[in-house]
Design a binder for this molecule. Structure first.
Ligand code: HEC
Length: 116
């Protein structure tokens, strides 16, 4: 989840900067990370993690996938919200609603440029 948080933040920063190639990269990395969680911890403390990721998380990336394919910078910026909403929806569904994720595109704490 910590890796997923970092990747989501970098995805948001890339999307906000209108950097299609970089957003495509972090989109792919995020989806890989979700699949890794599904494989490594399909169930966690009676929470059906793999099932919830299939139902809630994977579909939330469709809009970002479309924005990347269309190379549409405006769509890219809008597509981060459904992803963040789904993180929080799953945290609420799993009694971890106190973990509140934001897109946070205005804050770049990384020693990395997200400019296209
Ligand atoms: C399957 C439902 C589910 C989804 C989807 C989900 N989470 Fe989580 N998340 C959890 C659960 C359960 C925990 C608490 C268990 C743990 O990580 O030890 C957690 C914990 C966390 C934590 C606290 C652990 C830490 O390393 O600080 C962060 C941050 C986090 N999630 C980020 C995210 C982000 C970002 C997304 C969306 C891209 C996301 N989560 C999507 C279920 C989910």
């Amino acid at each position: 989840m910590g890796d997923l948080q970092r990747l989501t933040h970098k995805l948001a920063l890339s999307a906000e900067a209108g950097n299609v190639d970089l957003a495509a990269f972090y989109l792919h990395e995020s989806q890989e990370q979700l699949r890794k969680i599904q494989t490594e911890a399909p169930e966690y403390e009676n929470i059906p993690v793999a099932l919830l990721i299939d139902r809630l998380a994977h579909p939330a990336y469709e809009q970002m996938q479309q924005a990347v394919t269309a190379k549409n910078a405006k769509q890219l910026r809008e597509a981060i919200q459904p992803i963040v909403t789904t993180c929080n929806a799953c945290h609420t569904a799993t009694q971890h609603g106190f973990i509140r994720i934001t897109a946070g595109p205005e804050v770049n704490p990384f020693n990395q440029s997200f400019a296209p």
